[in-house]
Design a protein around this ligand. Structure first.
Ligand SMILES: *Cc1c(COP(=O)(O)O)cnc(C)c1O
Length: 403
């Protein structure tokens, strides 16, 4: 590029990891908790409900589940869910070959064995491969990860799993607030697991929520989270009778959410529907601009899906590794940070299954082919809709320049 061309090049100057500030109400609630010093969830005055129990009740109602438990992270919610449904060391557990490391990590942490299922070109679980691996693995549990918010045909998924007696746990880290045919993500399987880590849909730094309609699972999960015998103080737990066995049989994993984080989350939950509309407007603006370049393919968004566009993915199927690197470099020169799942080495939050050396190596040609040209970008609410359109234009421009 000569100097004149460089001077003409348009550049985005926003920060891809800067989240929107928390609402005033969250700051006020946090200050209130700090002023009392009662940060532990069970440190309550007589008759006091406390922010954690309040969050659990509010999330249960918002989600439309029977029970809700707040924990320290999304990954802990997954681990607790796996134990609560009865996964034991050595068991095979089915999960997506394309997901974030805490998902196979939760399975491995139990001493269980992840059996990775292929994804399709829309980044959803490949239901044909799932059916095949149910047969060959003899797994009893599927931990389905709605990675980057792409829901597979949830009715079909549940038919397959119900017919085979497979218990489903949903990893909804990227689908808090999303739904399939009007039913909220997390309400299809036996357990839904959510994250409130900074880059997800409500932000407490770290944190997780677990929902279920099953009283036994809720009781086991609560004891596992480290409730001691204080479970009657929970905001959205089952009746005490459900704890009869769990209170003796479940180990205490010390994964309780604290009052400060819960206080931050309640006002954000109240604003979540508004945030979802804001994300989807940003996604639409960026997607429209990306579609201007023929070399880029965006995943389909089925009509049954109510999506949450907090991030955007696209493939560049015509490109080899050098072509992908050229796209990343060209976008970076324009101020746009792309994540690439085809890199040989894991970087930042991004890793492919071949980097999970604690998992038995598995042959996943379809997933590997998709990941080889898959790009990913967050769309934080600190960006405007115009920013997102501009970012999309810059990527499309780079795509044409490096074709
Ligand atoms: C973030 C994330 C998790 C786990 O959440 P943490 O709260 O960070 O432990 C699980 N699955 C996916 C797909 C995620 O992105």
């Amino acid at each position: 590029m000569d100097d004149a061309a460089r001077a003409r090049q348009r550049v985005f100057t926003g920060n891809f990891t800067q989240q929107a500030p928390l609402p005033e109400a969250a700051l006020a609630a946090a200050a209130q908790v700090l002023s009392t010093g009662r940060l532990h969830r069970y440190n309550l005055l007589p008759g006091e409900i406390g922010p954690v129990a309040a969050l659990e009740a509010a999330y249960r109602d918002w989600q439309g589940s029977a029970y809700c438990l707040a924990v320290t992270s999304g990954g802990q919610a997954l681990q607790i869910a796996l134990r609560a449904v009865g996964v034991k060391p050595g068991d095979a557990v089915l999960t997506n070959a394309f997901t974030l490391a805490p998902v196979p990590g939760a399975i491995a942490a139990l001493g269980a064995r992840p059996v990775l299922v292929e994804i399709d070109q829309n980044l959803r679980l490949d239901l044909q491969d799932l059916a095949a691996k149910i047969q060959t693995s003899r797994a009893r549990v599927l931990l389905v990860s709605h990675m980057r918010g792409h829901l597979c045909d949830m009715e079909r998924l549940m038919q397959i799993c119900d017919a085979a007696g497979i218990t489903v746990i949903e990893d909804c880290a990227h689908t808090m607030g999303a739904s399939w045919n009007g039913r909220k993500s997390g309400n299809f399987g036996a357990v839904g697991c959510f994250s409130t880590q900074t880059y997800k849909h409500i932000n407490s730094g770290e944190g997780g929520l677990l929902t279920t309609d099953d009283a036994e699972i809720a009781a086991r999960a609560t004891i596992l989270s480290g409730s001691y015998m204080l479970y009657p103080r929970h905001g959205a737990g089952p009746d005490e009778a459900a704890y009869e066995r769990a209170r003796y049989e479940m180990p205490n994993l010390s994964a309780r959410m604290d009052a400060l984080r819960a206080a931050l989350l309640v006002p954000q939950l109240q604003a979540l529907d508004h945030s979802i509309d804001a994300w989807n407007a940003r996604y639409a603006a960026c997607a429209t601009a990306l579609r201007a370049c023929n070399g880029l393919h965006l995943p389909d968004r089925p009509a049954q899906e109510r999506m949450v566009g907090s991030s955007i993915q696209f493939r560049a199927p015509g490109r080899d590794a050098a072509g992908c690197r050229a796209l990343i470099a060209g976008a970076a020169a324009r101020g746009v940070e792309l994540k690439w799942f085809g890199a040989a080495q894991p970087a930042g939050f991004t890793s492919a299954h071949t980097s999970w050396r604690y998992v038995d190596p598995q042959v996943l040609p379809q997933t590997d082919r998709i990941l080889a040209t898959l790009f990913d970008m967050r769309l934080p609410l600190s960006f405007s809709v115009e920013d997102c359109a501009f970012i999309g234009e810059l990527i499309a421009e780079t795509c044409r320049d490096t074709a």
